[in-house]
Design a protein. Structure first.
Length: 92
């Protein structure tokens, strides 16, 4: 996994055995929309490579945005559709 490679690299460069070599690292994104690419692997290979399955996940401080800044009056249906799609509620 890429994030684990970054962790090991920073530890090696700084010669510090702390996560990410003791450097604060900020990651962002909608993890529902950015699955890893694992050539030749099916669902199991992909799901075992997501950030939440990494040994680093439990030690990360997570901050969550709770308000959609893209939501404008009249687009509530679209917002709900995207949320349901991202949460696996829709059967598509």
């Amino acid at each position: 996994m890429v994030i684990e490679a970054v962790d090991r690299t920073l530890q090696d460069i700084r010669k510090v055995c702390k996560p990410f070599g003791g450097i604060p690292v900020v990651m962002s994104g909608d993890f529902k929309q950015c699955l890893p690419i694992v050539p030749g692997q099916g669902r199991n290979g992909i799901s075992s490579s997501i950030l939440k399955r990494s040994h680093l996940w439990k030690g990360l401080e997570k901050c969550t945005l709770t308000q959609s800044m893209r939501l404008r009056p009249g687009l509530e249906y679209w917002h709900k559709y995207l949320e349901d799609l991202g949460n696996g509620v829709l059967n598509i």
